[in-house]
Design a protein around this ligand. Structure first.
Ligand code: HEC
Length: 110
C-alpha cells in the first residue's frame, strides 16, 4: 500500500516535470495566428515552396533554424517592436503560441 502510494506520487511528479519541460505555447494556434497576422510578410507554412511575400522578412523556417535560436530569444525579440513595424503588438498568449509554432519549424538534429 505505502509503496503504491509512493509510486503514484513519483509518477505524478514525473508527469508534472515533463509538462514543465515542454515547449511554451500551442504551435497549432500559433500557426493560425501567424497565418492571420504574419503571413502577409513572412513565409509561415511548413512547405518548402513557401517563401516570404516580403523579401526583407525572413521565412519562419529560416528564423527557427538560425544557429543559436531559442524560444527565449524569440520571446525577447517579439517583446520589442518590429523595427519596420512599430505598431505590431502581439498579445503575450498569442506570442507564446507563435513562438511554439516557429520553433516547431526547427529541423530535427541529424
Ligand atoms: C508588414 C510586414 C511584416 C509583418 C506583418 C510581420 N513581420 Fe516580422 N519582420 C518583417 C521584416 C521586414 C523583418 C526583417 C527586418 C527586421 O529585422 O527589421 C521581420 C523580422 C522578424 C523576426 C526576426 C527574424 C530574425 O531572424 O531576425 C521575427 C522573429 C519576426 N519578424 C516575427 C514576426 C511575427 C511573429 C509576426 C506576426 C505576429 C510578424 N513578424 C509580422 C516584416 C513583418
Amino acid at each position: 500500500m505505502r509503496i503504491a502510494t509512493l509510486f503514484a506520487a513519483l509518477a505524478a511528479y514525473a508527469v508534472s516535470g515533463a509538462a514543465q519541460a515542454q515547449q511554451i505555447g500551442n504551435a497549432v494556434e500559433g500557426l493560425a495566428y501567424a497565418r492571420a497576422h504574419c503571413g502577409e510578410c513572412h513565409g509561415v507554412e511548413r512547405s518548402k515552396d513557401d517563401f516570404s511575400p516580403n523579401s526583407d522578412a525572413p521565412d519562419f523556417s529560416v528564423v527557427a533554424n538560425t544557429p543559436g535560436m531559442t524560444e527565449r530569444a524569440l520571446v525577447v525579440w517579439l517583446q520589442t517592436s518590429h523595427p519596420t513595424m512599430p505598431n505590431l503588438i502581439i498579445p503575450p498568449e498569442a506570442r507564446d503560441n507563435v513562438v511554439a509554432d516557429i520553433m516547431s519549424l526547427k529541423a530535427p538534429k541529424p
